[in-house]
Write a protein that binds this ligand. Structure first.
Ligand code: DC
Length: 232
C-alpha cells in the first residue's frame, strides 16, 4: 500500500511521515533526501547543473539505498551514510536547481516506483501524489503558515547547534517554495484527490491523529460497504 505526503518545506512532512511509517510498519521513503544526495555528489565532484551529460553519467553509477529500521531509515550513497551531510546549507541552496534536471527526475522517479513496487510506503516529497504514485491508496497534502514553517526550521537548526534569523529563513523558504511550485517539471502541487491538512497551530500528535483517523475511517467504511454487499 502506498500513502503519499506532499507539501512545501517545513509543512511537517518528514516527522509526520516517519511517525505514520512507524505506526503502520511501512517504509518511510524521503524522496527529498534522494534529490539532496544527487545534489551532494554533483557538488563534491564540481559538476555544474548545466552539464547534463556528466550528471547522467553520475546517476548511472551512483547507488542510493535506505538502510536501518523502516521508519528511521537513513540514506546511503555508494555505501556512505550521507543523511547528515545532505542537510547542509550548501546542499539545501543547490537542490532546487539540480532537482529540475530532467535526467535526475527520470532516474529518481524510476527508483522510487521500483521501491514502491516491492514495499508498502509512506512516501514524502513534492510530486508523490501527482506524478510518481498517481494511484496511491491515500494522498495527503500538508500546508502551514510560512512564519510557522520558518520557526520549525529555526528550532531544528538550533537543535543542531546553528542559529539563523527568522527573516532569513522565511525568505529562503519563500524562494524555494516559488521555485518548487513554478517549475515546469513535476511542480509542487496538490493532487486533485489529496486530502489537505493545514498543520498551522496543530500539535504534532494532533496532525498524525488526523491522518490516521482519515485512514481508519476510510478503511472502516470500505469494510462496512463490503459487508453490506455480502449481506445483499
Ligand atoms: O523535502 P526536502 O526539502 O528535503 O526536498 C529537497 C528539494 O528536493 C526541494 O527543493 C524540492 C525537491 N524535491 C522534489 O523536487 N521532488 C520531490 N519528490 C522531493 C523533493
Amino acid at each position: 500500500m502506498i500513502i503519499t505526503l506532499d507539501g512545501p518545506a517545513g509543512s511537517g512532512k518528514t516527522s509526520t511521515a516517519k511517525r505514520l511509517a512507524h505506526l503502520l510498519g511501512f517504509l518511510h521513503l524521503d524522496t527529498g533526501a534522494m534529490y539532496r544526495a544527487i545534489t551532494l555528489t554533483c557538488l563534491r565532484k564540481h559538476i555544474p547543473v548545466e552539464d547534463t551529460d556528466a550528471i547522467a553519467r553520475e546517476l548511472e553509477h551512483t547507488q542510493l539505498s535506505f538502510r536501518g529500521q523502516q521508519a528511521d531509515a537513513e540514506i546511503y550513497m555508494d555505501g556512505e551514510n550521507v543523511s547528515r551531510e545532505i542537510r547542509s546549507a550548501q546542499v539545501t541552496a543547490a537542490v532546487s536547481d539540480y532537482c529540475v534536471v530532467p535526467v535526475v527526475r527520470e532516474a529518481l522517479v524510476a527508483q522510487q516506483r521500483a521501491i514502491g513496487a516491492r514495499k508498502s510506503l509512506v512516501c514524502e516529497g513534492r510530486d508523490m501524489g501527482t506524478v510518481v504514485f498517481p494511484d496511491a491508496r491515500y494522498k495527503f497534502y500538508l500546508v502551514a503558515d510560512i512564519t510557522e514553517r520558518a520557526k520549525r526550521r529555526q528550532k531544528e537548526l538550533e537543535a543542531a547547534g546553528t542559529h539563523e534569523s527568522l527573516e532569513s529563513l522565511e525568505q529562503a523558504m519563500r524562494l524555494r517554495d516559488a521555485k518548487d511550485s513554478s517549475r515546469k517539471l513535476a511542480p509542487l502541487k496538490k493532487a486533485a484527490d489529496a486530502v489537505e491538512i493545514d498543520t498551522t497551530g496543530l500539535g504534532f500528535d494532533e496532525q498524525v491523529a488526523m491522518i490516521m483517523a482519515h485512514i481508519s475511517t476510510d478503511a472502516h467504511e470500505k469494510f462496512r460497504n463490503a459487508d453490506a454487499h455480502t449481506n445483499e
